[in-house]
Design a protein around this ligand. Structure first.
Ligand SMILES: Cc1cc2nc3c(=O)[nH]c(=O)nc-3n(C[C@H](O)[C@H](O)[C@H](O)COP(=O)(O)O)c2cc1C
Length: 362
């Protein structure tokens, strides 16, 4: 009898050991890495956004859970011309890491030179923009324009990869138009010349931002057995529920979010909590929104100077205050205020009125 029990216990222990092994294996393999940069199990990335994802905005996204962030796109021509506007966009801070600096351009030499300039700024990653649909970029065969000539895209990527020691990643779209959605082949060829991750916006250039992002081709890229680099899905994610649904349905390695983060950096932690165990974090209350505005404004002024900091902050107020009842008069005052003190006063009045009317602050 005793021997039987000992045998049984031994068998159980062996079983537990093998469970443990399997569990560790699963964990090991599910860790997403760009080259040797570890990003956790299922990273939520801040998308590059011109005039939005600057250091003040990134500070808030990082604070609220962004696992990796990208700068707005920077012109390769601007960098090699030493244009002040482009150089300033290279400004990154240690607390933002891991961070990618995004570059665009259609000229191979300019792209190679600019990769070397970016390397000196020391980001974790150099990202090439092959997704910008804007005419003035596209007509130079830069951004999404290069999707019309996949051979050139591969050649240019190869040269950039060879010109730097930093990992190179790519952000692109499904294709130029409905007749050229070659992303599965494109991703494979870009991987072959050495990119370390790819982010795919589920639209074509022709669609610009219209219609609904189609993630089925992003899933095809991910399911291609030849692909071994991380594939990040992008397009239309605007809630924790949608993020989890898309994660499960399309099997991507992580999600990149753009528009839904503007005025709502809380979305990163909301998504992460929901993906972890379907916890729904509370929505930020008015006081938290106002505190975010204050921090964003202060960082903008510190980084851009008072005049530009105030001016460029104007595009953010409506987003931070979306959904607050009777907000219009305050919004109008905020976008016409001429000094930080004036803005502070408007925000204080807003809190006072909310308290008087016993509007929910918590
Ligand atoms: C205001 C704005 C600026 C953008 N600028 C860039 C950019 O500099 N580089 C880039 O690759 N994509 C840029 N994009 C595209 C986004 O990174 C993203 O691919 C697109 O918004 C789709 O994702 P979303 O539905 O989560 O917003 C921009 C988008 C917006 C709305």
């Amino acid at each position: 009898m005793r021997d039987k029990i000992i045998k049984l216990l031994h068998r159980k222990r062996q079983k537990f050991k093998s469970y443990k092994k399997t569990y560790l294996c699963v964990n090991f393999y599910s860790l997403v890495k760009i080259d040797d940069i570890e990003l956790g199990d299922f990273p939520i990335l801040l998308a590059p956004m011109e005039d939005v994802s600057d250091p003040p905005f990134r500070m808030l996204c990082k604070k609220h859970g962004a696992d990796m962030m990208y700068t707005e796109f920077i012109s390769s021509e601007g960098l090699i011309r030493d244009a002040q506007k482009s150089i300033q966009k290279l400004d990154i801070f240690d607390y933002e890491r891991p961070i990618g600096i995004q570059v665009f351009g259609g000229d191979e030499d300019a792209m190679m030179q600019s990769a070397r300039i970016i390397e000196e700024a020391n980001p974790e990653v150099i990202d090439i923009n092959y997704g910008c649909p804007v005419k003035k970029v596209v007509c130079k065969m830069a951004g999404a324009g290069i999707l019309q000539d996949v051979d050139k895209m591969v050649r240019l990527t190869d040269k950039v990869v060879k010109s730097t020691n930093k990992p190179v990643t790519v952000k692109t779209r499904l294709g130029w138009d409905d007749d050229s959605k070659y992303i599965v082949e494109v991703a494979e060829r870009l991987q072959d010349v050495g990119i370390k991750a790819i982010s795919i916006h589920g639209r074509t250039r022709k669609q610009m931002y219209k219609g609904v992002a189609d993630w089925s081709l992003i899933a095809e890229v991910k399911n291609n057995p030849r692909m071994h680099i991380p594939v990040f899905g992008n397009g239309d994610i605007d809630s924790p529920q949608k993020a989890l649904e898309y994660k499960n349905r399309y099997g991507v390695d992580g999600i990149m979010i753009g528009r839904a983060t503007i005025g709502f950096p809380w979305i990163f932690n909301q998504i992460k909590a929901y993906i972890k165990d379907t916890t729904i974090l509370p929505e930020p209350n008015l006081l938290e929104r106002i505190e975010a505005i204050r921090q964003h404004l202060q960082a903008s002024i510190e980084w851009k100077g008072e005049r530009l900091g105030l001016l460029e902050m104007r595009r953010h107020y409506a987003n931070y205050l979306k959904g607050i009842p009777n907000i219009k008069p305050y919004r109008t005052k905020l976008v016409s205020s001429l000094s930080p003190d004036e803005i502070d006063q408007v925000l204080t009045e807003l809190i006072q009125e909310a308290e008087e009317k016993e509007l929910v602050l918590s």
